[in-house]
Ligand binder design. Structure first.
Ligand code: MN
Length: 255
């Protein structure tokens, strides 16, 4: 099995290294990761400048690693199309911090897994659900097991998995749940400040505001100490609204 790994925290991130060292025990692993942090880069791709892949050394990792000046989605494209052979599986992470609810729309980690699905490959994104996580071993061990299972399971076209692992010792993790996305708005604050030349500048920030953390959500599972696995696809069509709105065609007819 050939596994391509990327992330959005960058080639030097501890979560990436823990993942790579665990996955190299079961597969031939190639890393293509951003040369610096690209958290919240979303699904951006680079079309207006050349992309580079520089060989990188990671202590304890025996596979091939490259640092790229591209985004996480670029890294997946490079790893699939600029390599002699296509991977069998793409794993993005282990992200520092959860990717729950609407956060996934901004996440470079989740977008990398989505790009892999667009490239027709099985994929999952995996996150340690704390920004202060320093032990990625439980998430990395789970990724090793999940990689084997996902590689042999038909996820279906255009589908991938979003995994969040509580940032607690392995023996405290209480189970594994398949979940739906909750609601957790994150970017909800703009700080306006003044620089030393008197010019205004802004910092975007926020605190997670959970509006749906109910039964069955990714948020509830992680809060209960469980590993959350959300099956994802990128059809953003609201099928419910599509049915409801069809009647409006009559009203719009006389434009
Ligand atoms: Mn990140």
């Amino acid at each position: 099995m050939r596994i391509l790994i990327t992330n959005d925290d960058g080639i030097h991130a501890a979560g990436l290294h823990a993942l790579a060292k665990n996955l190299q025990e079961i597969a031939e692993v190639t890393i293509v990761a951003p040369e610096r942090e690209q958290s919240a880069a979303g699904h951006a791709v680079t079309l207006h400048k050349p992309l580079r892949m520089k060989p990188a050394e990671i202590k304890g990792f025996q596979g091939t690693a490259y640092a790229s000046n591209g985004t996480p989605a670029d890294c997946v494209i490079l790893g699939c199309l600029a390599q002699p052979s296509r991977p069998d599986l793409v794993v993005a992470g282990i992200n520092r911090g959860a990717n729950l609810g609407e956060e996934i729309l901004y996440s470079g980690t989740v977008s990398a897994a989505m790009e892999a699905a667009l490239q027709g490959l099985p994929a999952f994104a995996i996150s340690a659900a704390s920004y202060t996580a320093n032990d990625y071993e439980p998430a990395a061990q789970f990724a090793r097991k999940l990689a084997r299972v996902v590689a042999n399971a038909a996820l279906g076209d255009d589908c991938f998995l979003n995994v969040n692992v509580p940032a607690i010792p392995r023996e405290q993790i209480t189970g594994i749940r398949f979940t739906r996305l909750g609601k957790r708005a994150y970017i909800n604050k703009v700080e306006q400040r003044e620089d030393l030349r008197g010019q205004t500048y802004y910092w975007l920030s926020g605190n997670p505001k959970e509006t749906d953390s109910g039964e069955g959500t990714d948020i509830a599972a992680v809060a209960a100490g469980q590993i959350s696995i959300t099956p994802m696809h990128f059809d953003l069509t609201s099928h419910e609204l599509l049915d409801n709105l069809s009647a409006l065609v009559e009203e719009l007819r006389d434009w």
